[in-house]
Design a protein around this ligand. Sequence first.
Ligand SMILES: [Zn+2]
Length: 682
Amino acid sequence: MTKQVDLDRQPLTHWDGPLGLPDFSRIDDGDFGPVFDAALAAHQADIDAIAGNPEAPTIENTFVAMELSGDPLDRVSSIFWCKAGANTNDRIQTMEREIAPKMSRHYSAISMNEKLFARIDDLHARRASLGLDAETLRLVEKSWKGFVKSGAKLDAAGKARLAAINEELSSLGTTFGQNLLADEKEWVMFLGEDDLAGLPEFLTGAMAGAAESRGRKGEYAVTLSRSIYEPFTTFSERRDLREKAFMAFINRGGMGGATDNGAVVASMLALRSEKAKLLGYGSYAALKLDDTMAKTPGAVFELLEPVWEKAREKAAADEAQLQGLASEAGSNEKLAAWDWRFYQERLRARKYAFDEAELKPYLQLDQVIAACFDVATRLFGVTFAEKQDIAAWHPDVRVFEVLNADGSRRGLFLADYFARPSKRSGAWMSSLQSGYRLGEGSSPIIYNIMNFAKPPAGEPALLSLDEAKTLFHEFGHALHGLLTEAYWPSQSGTSVSRDFVELPSQLYEHWLTVPAVLEKFARHYRTGEAMPHALLDKMLAASTLDAGFRTVEFTSSALVDMAYHSQQDAPADPKEFEAETLARLGMPETIVMRHRTPQFGHVFAGDGYSAGYYSYMWSEVLDADAFSAFEETGDPFNPEIATKLKKHIYAAGGSADPEVLYTAFRGKMPTPDAMMAKRGLS
Ligand SMILES: [Zn+2]
């Protein structure tokens, strides 16, 4: 007997907490299973009613009804995936393995519902004569194409096979992510006082905290969290320890045994390739890119190849310089991959006479948050008011009310900044509720997750420049969700193509280093003094110092991703394929991909960025070009440009084709010149 679930009363689906949030204090993890079942059944009933409607299809009885269906399922899903990412436990992990394939089955069944598709097909065929506005026309066309790509035109056997493939892919994606998390949690290197040569105070503090949380008070732990691993390999004078940490980091997910992702990846590639063939595409990349701004794998290679060549040239020149530094420091060894960050930091220190750690005291977490908010106020007129004592999924979560210029409420912003073992690594934005105007309308509830090292009680959290950029980046995504004016729910906020979705986030990073912003917010945490001009200028000059390294790290990952997915037949041995591809590309021996295959979560922990990792760079072309629009006027807050930016990019969501939106904002399509210049590669 399953327990009766009343979706109108259940706290997972009926949100009666403060400010319209779920009442997290009443949420019991044991309820997810039965509530999911009830919500899935309710959504299915909605869909059946739409599909079985005896009246002729209309926009109202088909599209409006579909867009408004499944509200309880959206609610329970958004809470579940939020907890699965940001505050998981064994119980939730077990349920993830059950729920992921169930959801996949559910949505496959909808997209293969023949009666439903017949209605959409009919409306699609008559679309030109229905007098539709542009947004609705786009909705009809995109939905129709989505159904076709989901197999609506396949025969019964084809449909069954496609459903099985999707289900298996979704469950393999979950396994991939869990294997990676297991390896990241498992590996730790405990150090004593004698092993800390070169390490700055902020890092030893974080390492002491990490050791203490693992029951080894008084020691120092190197973990595989990027916020410890990266500074450790940047500053540690102990080459042997850098090598150990480096090897562990690049082998995550590929260490053999039960958590090895090798076979998982091979199966996923084979299934993706089969799926593409079934749907009539030449490769999985061709299938994935069909509705992006880039549109074809060829266009992606065209963008990446010149960047790759420039980046390799720059990295080769940099490597020679770093080798010189190493010899000077008395090392006879050939520069290795675990030496790059270390000597780059030395070079930075010499050339610009400061080290990265000098910046940290000026980058307090709270001040960087305040800077993010202030920029949003100056550009877009929205303000943020923190609400105290509101329970969310973890006590560290902070809740902010977002207000329009006239004081009316726009939505909520929740932020969860610190790393903990129950959170997966990385930084991301997502929503508990999206904003749209259809029906009674809905105001957005958006959140950001970060993984900054938590300081000891009473100490302020200090960020590296990279971490501060990440915070601006995710906040840019949050604004895309918060500023939305979309009419249709499925066109809300970040519901845009992969190679466009990073524009609002990467563009927002530019304002972190606007001098007026730094002068106001980058203040020393002890003395309150502004970051000295000399340090600021050096920092800006130094920001392109590692462009060769960073671009090679990134572009190699993007090229390998595209190589995997643009094959007609999937490679049987991904490890070999990765090595061959890198050799063919001329990958520098001393640099490793930013994400090696067994830890490439963007591409394998789900389907989000498969054949899509390039899109960060595609968006970088857009963001550099977009920021130039402000620079050309000499005012980084130019109100006229800001108004256009809000209207055509941040508020527009997926209401029009990205090319159309971008051109409306900028007056023309972008060129890669500003991106190359920004990276120091021109
Ligand atoms: Zn992003």
